[in-house]
Design a protein around this ligand. Structure first.
Ligand code: HAM
Length: 413
């Protein structure tokens, strides 16, 4: 037997949950005036090297990169922001005016060690607000994310925010951080010893070396005037909107393109993989990809993790029961049963026997599928046009015409 690739999932019985979730998230995004973009699942490798960053774990260890038959280096997208920015530049969306408000949904690929909530093919729902340098854009983006979490009914999430400064103040902070970690260098984990030179900020969110991070210098003490004003204004807006948050200096994010505001939504009971979503401002990314200098901000939710969190809160939508099962007494009535199914299917969830089961078998199948009603079709029913409609919960039966049947089933809904 050929099995699925490690870290991937087949979605079969749960597809209705996925549809429901996508629908809810999409609805909120559309109501906030965002429009959907669909970019290819693979891109030139260089796109991610230049945006996510050469020194990040994603680029160093996690990308699905291969050469195609034309010797081009191709990568399955590990995230959605860089492709959307590439599309923004390539399709000259700037000519349509700013801001541009885009959302996307789809599979992403990272070669990570699979565990609960961590997949090699996972799905993100992401949002990008392109064009505003103002903290009100940060507030709106965070508000949008919260509205989405509310729309799906999640309660027990925590919003953590931080500022990672900009090209003016971050270098000083990097120096301070290196000086702080230097005495412990030999005690750090293997990954952190490598990150020390390449991307020292990541030492702050390493779970193994968390004890050192506690007393590390905080970026919020190193922000330049402009970054501080920006962060303070964002906090003021969040306070005014009564959005609960915590300023957490360990939120540094695993992608290099961020400037100033970064944030994550944590769902603590999910354990090690507790980030259900994350994002931030990326004021230089479009320029670094060869476009104009356009400040932007966005975030993405991980769909698999949202589903785990919803499961935990008992908020997953229940499977819809079958409304009507149409029972045919014998072979001659099967085609009539199909005709009734076709008429009722315009209003209800219906099913009809295709397995050649006898009447008893059809009734037990209807019970197993939790059918609310059954309709029995025999010779007499066809002759008189009066069908036996049975309410499977109460056991009540009545003889009704098709038009009355629709009313009766509807009335009981
Ligand atoms: P990210 O934090 O790398 O950000 O991913 C966003 C979310 O995707 C995470 O919070 C998590 O829920 C989910 N996720 C990430 N990796 C996995 C995995 N291996 N398995 C399951 N779920 C996963 C970004 O990707 C940015 N592009 C977000 C963004 C948009 N920033 C600005 N705009």
């Amino acid at each position: 037997m050929i099995s699925r690739i490690k870290g991937t999932n087949d979605i079969i019985e749960d597809s209705r949950i996925w549809e429901w979730l996508e629908g809810k998230l999409k609805n909120v995004a559309l109501n906030f005036g965002f429009i959907e973009t669909r970019t290819p699942i693979f891109e030139a490798t260089e796109l991610f090297n230049r945006s996510v960053g050469n020194e990040t774990d994603i680029v160093q260890k996690e990308m699905y990169t291969f050469e195609d038959k034309g010797n081009r280096s191709i990568t399955l997208r590990p995230e959605g922001t860089a492709p959307v920015m590439r599309a923004f530049i390539e399709n000259n969306l700037l000519s349509k005016g700013l801001p541009q408000k885009l959302f996307y949904y789809g599979p992403m690929f990272r070669y990570e060690r699979p565990q609960a909530g961590r997949m090699r093919q996972f799905h993100q729902f992401g949002v990008e607000l392109i064009g505003s340098p103002l903290p009100i854009a940060d507030a709106m983006t965070i508000l949008l994310a919260i509205e989405m979490l509310k729309a799906i009914g999640l309660d027990k999430f925590k919003l953590k925010i931080n500022s990672t400064g900009d090209e003016k103040c971050r270098p000083n902070y990097v120096e301070a951080l290196k000086a702080y970690y230097k005495p412990f260098f030999n005690d750090l984990c293997d990954d952190c010893r490598v990150r020390y030179d390449r991307n020292v900020l990541r030492l702050l969110d390493c779970k193994k070396d968390a004890k050192y991070a506690e007393n590390a210098p905080k970026i919020t003490d190193y922000l330049c005037h402009d970054c501080k004003v920006h962060f303070d204004k964002l906090r003021k807006y969040l306070d005014e909107m009564e959005i609960e948050y915590e300023v957490d200096p360990s939120i540094v994010r695993g992608l290099d393109y961020y400037t100033r505001t970064v944030f994550e939504f944590k769902y603590p009971s999910l354990g090690a993989q507790d980030a259900i979503g994350g994002g931030g401002r990326y004021d230089r990314l479009i320029e670094e990809l060869g476009g104009p200098k356009i400040p932007s901000i966005g975030f993405a939710f991980g769909i698999e993790r949202l589903i785990l969190a919803l499961e935990e809160e008992g908020k997953l939508p229940k499977a819809e029961d079958l409304d009507v099962y149409i029972v045919s007494i014998d072979e001659d009535q099967r085609i009539e049963a199909l005709k009734v199914a076709s008429a009722l299917s315009r209003y209800f969830k219906v099913d009809v026997d295709v397995m050649g089961r006898n009447v008893k078998g059809q009734f037990s199948y209807a019970s197993k599928e939790n059918a609310r009603y059954t309709v029995v079709i025999g010779e007499e029913e066809i002759r008189t046009g009066l069908y036996t409609l049975k309410n499977m919960k109460t056991g009540e039966q009545s003889k009704v015409r098709l038009s009355e049947m629709i009313k009766e089933i509807n009335g009981a809904k």
